[in-house]
Design a protein around this ligand. Structure first.
Ligand SMILES: [Zn+2]
Length: 230
């Protein structure tokens, strides 16, 4: 006898859940949730879409003390790399290795950090925060933002990809190596902890610039609305 399969729990989806005792979603939505942290997010953020925001972070920095900021970013990068290398080494020596996702997170952090530019990689994280500010609808949940953040950060290096031969396209294609959702969340937590202050200041200077632009618009509007007393 066939087991009863209820419909997918995502609103508007009429497909049946994948079989299995804990399944709540159809195959498509389950895959989207695994890949993007949210079953409602169809596509991930493309490099091309993120580029204008990276430019904006760079522009914000250029107006401040750029050298000082960049040297702080290099420090953050090397501290994070050292910490994660130590974590990997400690676990290898110890009997208790800790949870698997935490090991995988440290390995992935080391793998990416050694290969990326410390300044550009901080800009990439800042760009995602600006993107969420301007296009909040792209991130329907915190999880979807966290997943996009980690993906964009990993995308900076080819080391996060596996290549495979696509017969239909007739060429080699790349896809990011899948990490478990818990690993993604752990990486995000470590990145946000390390870069939290930088990200906060990027958002703050962006907000100040926006306020200044609004003041100019207001001055213009008030100025033009003025009519001299006759
Ligand atoms: Zn579904």
């Amino acid at each position: 006898m066939k087991r009863y399969r209820p419909p997918c729990s995502v609103r508007g989806c009429t497909r049946l859940v994948r079989s299995g005792p804990a399944a709540r979603m159809c195959d498509t939505h389950r895959q989207r949730k695994r890949r993007n942290g949210d079953p409602n997010v169809r596509a991930c953020v493309r490099k091309k879409e993120l580029k204008p925001y990276v430019t904006e972070v760079r522009r914000l920095i250029r107006r401040r003390n750029r050298d000082q900021i960049e040297s702080a970013l290099i420090q953050i990068h090397s501290t994070l790399l050292d910490d994660q290398r130590t974590a990997v080494a400690m676990r290898e020596k110890s009997h208790f290795r800790g949870p698997r996702w935490s090991q995988q997170a440290s390995h992935e952090l080391v793998r990416v950090l050694v290969d990326v530019d410390p300044v550009e990689s901080a800009f990439t994280l800042g760009a995602l925060y600006l993107m969420r500010q301007r296009e909040p609808y792209r991130f329907p949940s915190d999880a979807s933002f966290v997943f996009a953040l980690v993906r964009a950060w990993r995308k900076q290096t080819d080391l996060s990809y596996t290549s495979y031969w696509d017969n239909d396209a007739g060429r080699v294609k790349k896809k990011p190596r899948e990490l478990s959702p818990r690993t993604v969340v752990t990486i995000a937590e470590l990145l946000i902890e390390a870069y939290g202050r930088f990200l906060g200041l990027v958002m703050l200077s962006e907000r100040r610039e926006e306020e200044a632009r609004r003041d100019i618009r207001k001055d213009l509007a008030v100025g033009f609305a003025y009519s001299p007393p006759s």
